[in-house]
Design a protein. Structure first.
Length: 116
C-alpha cells in the first residue's frame, strides 16, 4: 500500500493542502516553481489577476510538457532505430563469421590435399 503524504504549499500568499503519494520535497519544489513563475508574471504585469497569472503559468507548463514529451518520443524512436541497426549489424557479423569459418575449413582442406 502506497503511503499518502500531506503537503502544505504556499503559492502567491495562499496555502494549499495537497495529499499525494509523491515525495513531499518533490511536491514542495513544484509549489515553489509555480509560486516563482506566478510572482514573476505578476511582477512584470501587475494588472493581471492571480487567475490570469495562473493560466499563463499553466499554459507555459503545458507547453514545456508537450515539448518534453515530443523530445522523449523522438529519443525513443532514435534509440529503437539504433537497436534495430545494432541487431542487423550483429546478424551481418554472424553471417560473415560463418563465411570466414567456411572459407578457413576450405583452405584447410586444400592444404591437406596439397600436402597429402
Amino acid at each position: 500500500m502506497t503511503q499518502k503524504n500531506k503537503v502544505q504549499l504556499k503559492i502567491c500568499g495562499a496555502t494549499y493542502s495537497i495529499v499525494t503519494e509523491d515525495d513531499p520535497e518533490y511536491v514542495e519544489s513544484l509549489g515553489e516553481l509555480i509560486d516563482s513563475e506566478m510572482r514573476s508574471i505578476s511582477d512584470s504585469s501587475p494588472s493581471l489577476s492571480l487567475i490570469q497569472c495562473a493560466i499563463l503559468v499553466a499554459l507555459d507548463q503545458a507547453d514545456n510538457c508537450k515539448k518534453a514529451t515530443a523530445a522523449a518520443d523522438n529519443l525513443r524512436a532514435q534509440i529503437k532505430d539504433y537497436i534495430e541497426d545494432a541487431a542487423r549489424s550483429k546478424i551481418e557479423v554472424d553471417v560473415e563469421r560463418r563465411e570466414i569459418d567456411r572459407l578457413n575449413r576450405e583452405i584447410e582442406k586444400l592444404r591437406n590435399k596439397l600436402n597429402g
